[in-house]
Ligand binder design. Structure first.
Ligand SMILES: C[S@@+](CC[C@H](N)C(=O)[O-])C[C@H]1O[C@@H](n2cnc3c(N)ncnc32)[C@H](O)[C@@H]1O
Length: 246
């Protein structure tokens, strides 16, 4: 594969990364070094140009560097394990609310047959649509600019559900109703007092309830002095998981 005008490219300089669209006449300056975008056109994935490397961006690059984040997002370290716990298959119809910046929707959409996602706030809804459109993602997603509470959804309709809202306990009964029997729901919450409240609300509706968090520690890559980075992201969210009981 070689880069052409209009492509997104990940430009790496030492430990810095930049996601840029290849627009004629544009360039990137880092410290005293410059890379002209016209010099990237026609080059292959992984090629060195001056002091820079150029790569085709991964989904993680797109989400972390390319998506406009107008809300908190689900971080890649959490997103794929959540999808794994939800056991999403290519024939599944998955429910999500709130859509937020549309990050988790991308992960769900890659694995599921179809995703129905609800976002109450119009500016966040429009931003999520823009994020997906910019990178050609989420063609199997039905997005609704609507509060999930007022959404009209059939009972026993979804194969999995993901919830990222501040007060998920308010929706437990409805989530239970629209999920197929035995199917899973995952919730993310930043604080333990929210988790406690959610757990209390789940007791009569869900079984196989689990709470976990995922810690990811990066290492410095000097082979002679291999050791963890001094700083890490200490907390993103608690994940609460459960399966619909009948
Ligand atoms: C933290 S953000 C979700 C971020 C998203 N998971 C992502 O990865 O980009 C929470 C969103 O839920 C929306 N929201 C809150 N309550 C809602 C409801 N009842 N129905 C639909 N959206 C809701 C908020 O407007 C906000 O955009």
């Amino acid at each position: 594969m070689s880069f052409k005008e209009g492509d997104y490219v990940l430009i790496v300089y030492e430990d810095r990364k930049y996601l840029r669209k290849l627009v004629k006449g544009m360039s990137l300056n880092v410290k005293e070094h410059t890379i002209q975008f016209q010099d990237i056109v026609g080059k292959g994935d992984g090629q060195k140009i001056g002091e820079f490397f150029v790569f085709s961006p991964t989904l993680e690059d797109i989400i972390l560097l390319g998506f406009e984040r107008k809300t908190q997002i689900v971080y890649p370290k959490d997103a794929f394990y959540i999808a794994f716990k939800l056991n999403i298959k290519s024939t599944d119809r998955v429910l999500e609310f709130g859509t937020g910046s549309g990050v988790m929707t991308v992960v769900l959409s890659l694995l599921a047959g179809e995703v129905w996602t609800y976002e109450a706030d119009t500016k966040f809804y429009n931003n999520a649509l823009k994020n997906w459109e910019r990178f050609g993602l989420c063609s199997n997603v039905k997005a609704f600019n609507e509060n999930f509470l007022s959404a009209s959804v059939e009972d026993n309709f979804f194969d999995a559900c993901f919830v990222d809202v501040r007060e998920p306990w308010e929706y437990i009964e409805k989530v239970w109703r629209v999920l197929k029997d035995g199917k899973a729901c995952a919730f993310v919450l930043p604080t333990t007092n929210q988790v406690s409240k959610l757990l209390s609300s789940m007791q009569n509706f869900f079984a196989d309830i689990q709470v976990f968090e995922i810690l990811l520690r990066h290492y410095k890559t000097n082979p002679e002095r291999l050791r963890p980075q001094d700083q890490m992201v200490g907390h993103t969210a608690y994940v609460v998981f459960g399966r619909k009981r009948i």
